[in-house]
Design a protein around this ligand. Structure first.
Ligand SMILES: Cc1cc2nc3c(=O)[nH]c(=O)nc-3n(C[C@H](O)[C@H](O)[C@H](O)COP(=O)(O)OP(=O)(O)OC[C@H]3O[C@@H](n4cnc5c(N)ncnc54)[C@H](O)[C@@H]3O)c2cc1C
Length: 463
């Protein structure tokens, strides 16, 4: 067959494929030549966006079920994307997007919310707040609540309440065999175990019921230090975390602000450490417990104070503009003091690529086993050390080398990775290292039974 004849054949195939799929789903079915294809395939993470042969912009569980059945019948690799913050690896088969499935229903009496696949934490927070309730959301309200929860979820109140996935009652999930399953501790317990922390390897969650907590206000914010003035800020913060109770969750972020217009004048070119605090006690107690942090050295900016939970995104104040980035992390048992200056330097002006170093304090309720076991690993970790860099064509490899070198001094005390903070493809061995021994094999076994041809591709940590 000539090239022209075969491409005409392929086009006819695609045209009939799209027509057939479109007749079965309510959402749009888009191929590369369609208006809106680029917007639909692209999420927050702009590095190597998906290049799918077809995108299904799902509007309902039925759409998801039809799309999965269609992909599987044609042995087409497929994946799912909500807001695309955790995207690591492009797919060329079918992409199912869930951003239109963003319903949230709050039951204030039972203190639970039903959250659809594509709803963001912002949408859950806004639905819960009028009832005096809040979800166990993370630093950035624009993240997809489901995609976050299937990795475990380390929230702003994590040391008080534990992993977000420990507070899920039920999932509705379309498994790769095309079935819609209602998954709870009683029905499909193996899937319930896998979906809480396993990272979505067993299907598309179309909705989940989560517990809400009675939180309307927080004491929180950030303190900003110049690391040239207070070079031991990480060490002092690290010792202070050893003394605080579980109501206090905190983190340190170190970076060097670029010397460019748009960055406030006093911060341009400056290497700084932000200490981020979320405290679920009174404002007076919050002020008292954070006093030692204020005394570390000259404070360049202080936003600590009482704030309504819906404003909790201001604590980390993360960039809202989509961009390309790569990042990595390690869960560690301790912070060896001799390794901390290296972390500060890794985010300093001499770093080979702009890098944000983060250290989150774990422990507290995160370290306790949930009533119903889950796939979340490394509960005994005391800190999460992370690195993140915006990347371009030329510096991706530079960033990777820099991240490896920055994390190397922590390998001795590392338990493994957290899936949600791995913003790069992981090898099979690295992926297994995101779980407790034996759990990756168990996850693979569960996934293989539902997906014998391995067509479902996951974002977190996949190659
Ligand atoms: C700025 C920033 C801040 C963050 N802060 C936190 C934090 O405080 N705490 C924390 O724990 N994590 C945090 N994360 C990690 C974040 O939770 C994950 O990256 C999460 O996947 C992002 O959600 P998303 O909707 O953007 O996922 P997407 O990128 O849309 O999806 C990522 C992957 O999730 C899986 N997935 C998506 N939808 C479904 C579904 N319906 N069913 C099954 N699997 C699905 C798929 O494998 C998909 O590839 C942060 C990430 C960023 C970039």
């Amino acid at each position: 067959m000539s090239a022209t004849a075969s491409s005409v054949g392929a086009m006819t195939d695609t045209t009939s494929f799209v027509a057939e799929l479109s007749s079965r789903v309510r959402g749009r079915v888009l191929t590369a030549d369609a208006d809106g294809y680029d917007v639909e395939r692209t999420g927050f993470q702009r590095w190597e966006a998906h290049r799918p042969a077809v995108v299904v912009a799902a509007t309902s569980t039925d759409d998801v079920r039809e799309a999965v059945g269609f992909a599987v019948a044609r042995r087409m690799p497929w994946t799912v994307q909500a807001t695309g913050h955790g995207h690591t690896t492009p797919i060329e088969g079918m992409l199912i997007t869930t951003r239109r499935m963003n319903g949230v229903r709050v039951d204030p009496v039972r203190r639970v919310a039903w959250v659809e696949a594509g709803a963001t934490w912002r949408e859950v927070i806004d639905a819960a707040a009028p009832h005096g309730l809040a979800p166990l959301s993370g630093s950035f309200p624009d993240l997809g609540a489901v995609a976050y929860t299937v990795t475990g979820g380390v929230g702003l109140l994590a040391r008080r309440h534990g992993f977000t996935s420990d507070h899920v009652h039920r999932f509705d999930v379309v498994t790769p065999d095309g079935r819609l399953r209602h998954v709870s501790e009683h029905s499909e317990p193996e899937l319930f175990w896998a979906l809480r922390g396993g990272g979505g390897r067993v299907g598309v969650v179309t909705g989940m019921e989560i517990e809400l907590v009675c939180v309307t206000r927080l004491f929180g914010g950030s303190l900003l230090f110049d690391v040239a003035q207070v070079s031991d800020v990480l060490e002092v913060w690290g010792s202070w975390t050893g003394e605080v109770d579980d109501d206090l969750t905190s983190a340190a972020t170190v970076l060097t602000y670029p010397d460019v217009a748009g960055v406030p004048e006093p911060l341009r070119g400056r290497s700084v450490a932000h200490l981020r605090v979320a405290y679920c006690g009174s404002a007076d107690e919050g002020r008292a417990v954070t006093r030692p942090l204020r005394e570390i050295g000259p404070v360049l900016a202080d936003t600590l104070g009482e704030l309504p939970y819906p404003e909790s995104g201001s604590i980390f104040d993360e960039p809202e503009e989509p961009h390309p980035y790569r990042g990595d992390n390690l869960v560690v048992r301790e912070l060896p003091p001799e390794a901390l200056p290296g972390l500060t330097a890794a985010a300093g002006p001499d770093a080979p690529v702009f890098t944000v170093v983060g250290v989150r304090h774990l422990g507290g309720a995160l370290a306790r086993s949930p009533r119903v076991p889950s796939a979340v690993g490394h509960r005994s970790g005391s800190y999460l050390v992370s690195v993140l860099s915006p990347v371009s064509e030329t510096d991706e490899r530079v960033a990777r080398r820099h991240h490896d070198a920055t994390l190397a001094p922590f390998i001795e005390v590392a338990l493994g990775r957290r899936l949600g903070f791995a913003f790069r493809p992981l090898s099979d061995e690295e992926l297994a290292g995101a779980f407790d021994p034996g759990d990756d094999a168990r996850l693979r076994r569960i996934a293989r039974e539902l997906d014998p041809h391995g067509l479902l591709r996951i974002g977190h940590g996949s190659r």
